[in-house]
Design a protein around this ligand. Structure first.
Ligand SMILES: CCCC/C=C\CC(=O)SCCNC(=O)CCNC(=O)[C@H](O)C(C)(C)COP(=O)(O)OP(=O)(O)OC[C@H]1O[C@@H](n2cnc3c(N)ncnc32)[C@H](O)[C@@H]1OP(=O)(O)O
Length: 398
C-alpha cells in the first residue's frame, strides 16, 4: 500500500511548494544553469541547511524542472549516488525523481552540495522577497494571501487567494491568528471574515500536507494538530462578535468554524461542504459539538460524516446560516446592516457576547482538543493520504 508519505516524503519534505509537477513535464535536466566550476568557496553543511531554509521562503513555485533538480542535488549531497531500484513505468512520480537523481551519476557529495547552494542562490536573487501579511491596525494593513482592513469599527479579514479558491495555507493560519489577536484589541465592534472572488474559501490547502519535515510525517501530523488547535482556540476565545460574510462556496474548515461565529450572512450562490468522509478525515473547528447542537445529530451526521453539501437556503434552515441574500445585492445589504450594528453601544454588545459565549467555552476547548487528537491520527492514515494524493495528482501537483 502506498502512503502519501512514501510518495512524496523524499521529494517534498525539503521545500514548501509541496510535490512535484506532472511527471509528463519532466525536463531535460542538463538545461539547468549550474555553476559547476565554482572552487573559490566550498559550500558547508550549514550553507546547505541555509539554502534549504531559503527555498522554504520562496513565494513563487520555481517549476518542475528546478524542483526536480533541487531534489536530485539534495539527495546526492546527503545520501550520495542513487542506488535505489528503478521504479516501474507506471510509478510516474517516483520514476521522475529516480531519473533526476540517477542522472547525477557519481557526482561527489560536496559538489552536489555546492551546486544545490549555487542554484538556490541564483534563483533567490532573481525572485521577490517574501511579504508576510501583517495584522490589522488602522486602515488597510496587509496584502498577499490575507488582506486585513479596519474601517468604520469593522475589522475585515479577507481570504485573498482567488486563483486557489482561497484555500488556507499554513502561513495564512498563522496570519489569521495574528489578525484576530490585533482585532481583539483594536477599536472595532465587529470582526468579519470573507473571501475575495468566486469562493468564500475551499478549506485547508491540501498541499499543506506535502511539506513533510525531515523528521517524517508523524512530526508533520503533530505540528499540524498543534497549529489547528491554536487556530481554533483563537476563535473560541475571541472576545467580540464574529461575522462571516460568505460570498460563495465554502469548504472544510471554513464551514466547520462557522459554528463559532455569531452571524453568518450568505449569498444565495454559497454552498456549504465538509467532505471529511471522502478525504478520510474527521470534523474539526468544534463542529462535532456545534453542528449537532444547532441542527440535530442526524443532519449534522449527513454533513460531517457523509459529506452532504448544503445550499445556502438549506444551511439557513439548519441554523448554520443566519440569513441568505440574493447575490446581486449581497454586498450592499450585508455591509449596510453591519454598519448599522456598529452604532450599537459597544460595551453592551461585548457584554452580551461574553455572557453568551462564557458558558460553553470550556466545553469548546475540550472538543477542540479531542478533534485535533483524532485528526492527528487521520492525517497519517492510508485513507487520508490516498485521498490527498488523488486530489493533488488530478491537478498535476504530483
Ligand atoms: C492545520 C491543518 C488543518 C486542517 C483542517 C481542515 C480540513 C479541511 O479544510 S478539509 C477540506 C479541504 N478542501 C478540499 O477538499 C477542497 C479541495 N478542492 C476542490 O475540491 C476543488 O478545487 C473545488 C471544488 C474547491 C473547486 O473546484 P474547481 O472549480 O474545479 O476548481 P479547481 O479544482 O480547478 O481549483 C482551482 C485551483 O485551486 C486549487 N485549489 C482549490 N482548492 C484547493 C485546496 N483546498 N487546496 C489546494 N489547492 C486548492 C486547485 O488545485 C486549482 O489549482 P491549479 O490547478 O494550480 O489552478
Amino acid at each position: 500500500m502506498t502512503t502519501m508519505a512514501q510518495v512524496i516524503c523524499g521529494l517534498a519534505r525539503r521545500w514548501c511548494f509541496g510535490a512535484l509537477g506532472s511527471p509528463l513535464q519532466v525536463p531535460c535536466l542538463q538545461a539547468l544553469p549550474l555553476h559547476l566550476g565554482r572552487t573559490a568557496t566550498r559550500a558547508s553543511q550549514r550553507d546547505l541547511e541555509n539554502a534549504v531554509h531559503q527555498v522554504k521562503l520562496w513565494k513563487k513555485d520555481p517549476g518542475n524542472e528546478v524542483k526536480l533538480k533541487l531534489y536530485a542535488l539534495y539527495k546526492q549531497a546527503t545520501e550520495g549516488p542513487c542506488n535505489l531500484p528503478k521504479p516501474g513505468m507506471m510509478d510516474l512520480v517516483n520514476k521522475a525523481k529516480w531519473d533526476a537523481w540517477s542522472a547525477l551519476g557519481s557526482l561527489p557529495k560536496e559538489t552536489a552540495r555546492e551546486n544545490y547552494v549555487d542554484l538556490v542562490s541564483s534563483l533567490s536573487a532573481a525572485s521577490e522577497p517574501p511579504s508576510p501579511a501583517k495584522p490589522a491596525a488602522d486602515g488597510e494593513q496587509a496584502g498577499g494571501d490575507l488582506v486585513v482592513t479596519s474601517e468604520n469599527h469593522i475589522t475585515t479579514i479577507t481570504f485573498n487567494r482567488p486563483a486557489k479558491k482561497n484555500a488556507i495555507t499554513t502561513q495564512m493560519y498563522q496570519d489569521i491568528m495574528l489578525a484576530l489577536q490585533a482585532a481583539s484589541k483594536d477599536d472595532s465592534v465587529l470582526t468579519v471574515l470573507t473571501g475575495n472572488g468566486e469562493y468564500y474559501c475551499s478549506g485547508n490547502d491540501l498541499t499543506n500536507f506535502t511539506d513533510i519535515p525531515p523528521e517524517g510525517p508523524e512530526e508533520k501530523a503533530r505540528t499540524n494538530a498543534i497549529l489547528l488547535r491554536e487556530f481554533v482556540d483563537c476563535f473560541i476565545d475571541f472576545p467580540k462578535p464574529l461575522v462571516a460574510v460568505v460570498n460563495g462556496p465554502a469548504v472544510g474548515i471554513s464551514v466547520t468554524l462557522l459554528g463559532l461565529f455569531d452571524l453568518v450572512y450568505a449569498s444565495d450562490r454559497a454552498t456549504f461542504h465538509t467532505p471529511f468522509g471522502p478525504l478520510g478525515l474527521s470534523p474539526e473547528g468544534c463542529s462535532s459539538y456545534t453542528f449537532p447542537k444547532m441542527m440535530g445529530p442526524s443532519k449534522a451526521a449527513e454533513m460531517l460524516i457523509f459529506g452532504r453539501k448544503l445550499t445556502a437556503q438549506e444551511a439557513c434552515a439548519q441554523g448554520l446560516v443566519t440569513e441568505v441574500f440574493p447575490d446581486s445585492t449581497f454586498q450592499k445589504e450585508v455591509w449596510t446592516r453591519l454598519r448599522a450594528y456598529t452604532k450599537l453601544p459597544p460595551n453592551a454588545v461585548r457584554t452580551s457576547r461574553e455572557v453568551m459565549r462564557s458558558k460553553g467555552r470550556e466545553r469548546l476547548h475540550a472538543v477542540n482538543a479531542e478533534e485535533c487528537g483524532a485528526l492527528q491520527q487521520r492525517w497519517l492514515s492510508e485513507e487520508c493520504t490516498s485521498a490527498v494524493v488523488r486530489f493533488l495528482s488530478r491537478r498535476g501537483k504530483l
